[in-house]
Design a protein around this ligand. Structure first.
Ligand SMILES: Cc1cc2nc3c(=O)[nH]c(=O)nc-3n(C[C@H](O)[C@H](O)[C@H](O)COP(=O)(O)OP(=O)(O)OC[C@H]3O[C@@H](n4cnc5c(N)ncnc54)[C@H](O)[C@@H]3O)c2cc1C
Length: 403
């Protein structure tokens, strides 16, 4: 009786938990399998566009997610060499009206906590920690998750949401290690009193400089500031969350304005990442097994969309299972068809934005400043509508409803 089997979700990050929420909203039972002894997220912030808010509502966590977000007034772009304003996108009422939702920043742990609470209180979601995924098998009527030192877990179908180094992707696609961008990113969260007074803006601020940039924004109701410092150091090794000294972070920042550089001085407990992504691919479904989130389309952080895309995947997956669930393989194909072009577009744009907006030098930086200064709020709203104006589902869902 394969109908009775639960859905197996590998990975309890934002993507895996969002998938469990969305499926539970459709009355589907799932088991979420996570390698860590406890579910959680590291202490740093992320930005969430209006498209993420469209997803929160669909996933049934809209009010809770809204209550942990910090609503910033602007997306502010500064020239890190001259300390001049380049542009500022207002996020006030006209922005919210245009997209039907706000732009916000949130502590990663708070967002993960909202999804986790939904899962923990749902009778349809079973979370199992200390389970290390190694691969999968399938037989045409079910899919089985293979685990290290444990009995395999059989499900109606299987979602691989174990992130950048997903073993399920490894088996399905076999495209080896992710691409190392060479960009070193350092993160710190500091109390607001430690932030330079003249930079305590209620904005997500990006200081863009040659081969480097600095980002800061308030979190936790304005009690702390999230600092992100990035330098293209041609790093050769992938690193995630390694503690580093202030002196390590500051290396090579002599070419930027002291007003921007001082931010590094104010950070504490810096941790380092080396950013990785992969080239987009057109197929991430194998029969009853599908990838979701960073497992399917890992991207650089420059569009601030990796977690947003993972939540959109969860929305699309839930929709497809509700509408085509009698034919699991067809439903998963439909899910991929709905998501592939949009997520590949964000992956490719994330690289381009890094090169042409975050890190250009000299003439390329002058072009950036010229073009971006010439754009008004309405121009920005129209430019970003393909991304922020949708939960990634609308047009395709309308086709499903008409079919
Ligand atoms: C510096 C930085 C800044 C970012 N900023 C933003 C931003 O502003 N906005 C935004 O939307 N996104 C941002 N992102 C991207 C975002 O963090 C990711 O895209 C998102 O977290 C992906 O979620 P996921 O659930 O797919 O994968 P993950 O978060 O990687 O979760 C995968 C889960 O699977 C588990 N797992 C892994 N392997 C196994 C295994 N073998 N067995 C069992 N479990 C396993 C892991 O422990 C983890 O819990 C940023 C990323 C970085 C690096």
């Amino acid at each position: 009786m394969t109908q009775e089997l639960p859905i197996i979700i590998a990975g309890g990050g934002i993507g895996g938990l969002a998938a469990a929420c969305g499926l539970a909203r459709k009355g589907q039972r799932s088991i979420v399998v996570e390698q860590a002894p406890q579910l959680g997220e590291i202490g740093a912030g992320i930005q969430i566009g209006p498209n993420a808010f469209h997803c929160f509502d669909y996933l049934g966590v809209g009010d809770e997610a809204r209550s942990v977000a910090v609503y910033i007034d602007h997306l502010r772009l500064m020239d890190a060499q001259t300390a001049e304003d380049i542009t500022s996108i207002p996020l006030d009422d006209p922005f919210r009206k245009f997209y039907g939702n706000p732009y916000a920043v949130v502590h990663r742990a708070d967002l993960h906590g909202v999804l986790l609470k939904f899962c923990e209180t749902s009778p349809l979601v079973d979370i199992r920690t200390n389970h290390v995924v190694t691969g999968y098998e399938q037989d045409g009527t079910s899919a089985t998750l293979l685990l290290k030192d444990r009995e395999p877990l059989k499900g109606r179908f299987l979602i691989g949401a174990e992130g950048l180094r997903s073993p399920i992707r490894g088996q399905m696609i076999g495209d080896g290690e992710p691409r190392i961008s060479g960009h070193a990113t350092y993160r710190s969260v500091i109390p607001t009193e430690q932030m330079p007074e003249d930079l305590r803006w209620n904005a997500a601020t990006l200081w863009a400089g040659p081969k480097c940039h600095i980002v800061h924004y308030p979190l936790k109701g304005g009690k702390v500031y999230n600092l992100v410092v990035t330098y293209h150091r041609d790093e050769k090794e992938a690193i995630a969350g390694k503690p580093v000294s202030k002196e390590d972070v500051a290396q090579g920042f002599e070419h930027i304005h002291p007003r921007a550089r001082q931010i590094i001085e104010h950070g504490t407990d810096w941790k380092q990442w080396v950013l990785c992504d992969r080239d987009p691919i057109s197929n991430w479904v194998d029969g009853r097994v599908a990838l979701l989130g960073d497992s399917a389309h890992p991207m650089l952080q420059y569009f601030a969309q990796g977690a947003c895309m993972a939540m959109e995947d969860a929305v699309a997956l839930s929709h497809c299972i509700e509408n085509h669930g009698q034919d699991i393989e067809g439903a998963l194909q439909r899910y991929q068809q709905m998501r592939m072009v949009r997520t590949a577009r964000v992956q490719m744009n994330s690289r381009l934005i890094g090169e042409y907006i975050y890190h250009p030098d000299d003439a390329k930086a002058a072009v950036r400043n010229h073009v971006m200064r010439s754009m008004g709020a309405d121009d920005w709203y129209r430019q970003l509508n393909w991304l922020y104006g949708s939960n990634g589902l609308d047009a395709a869902a309308a086709t499903d409803a008409a079919a």
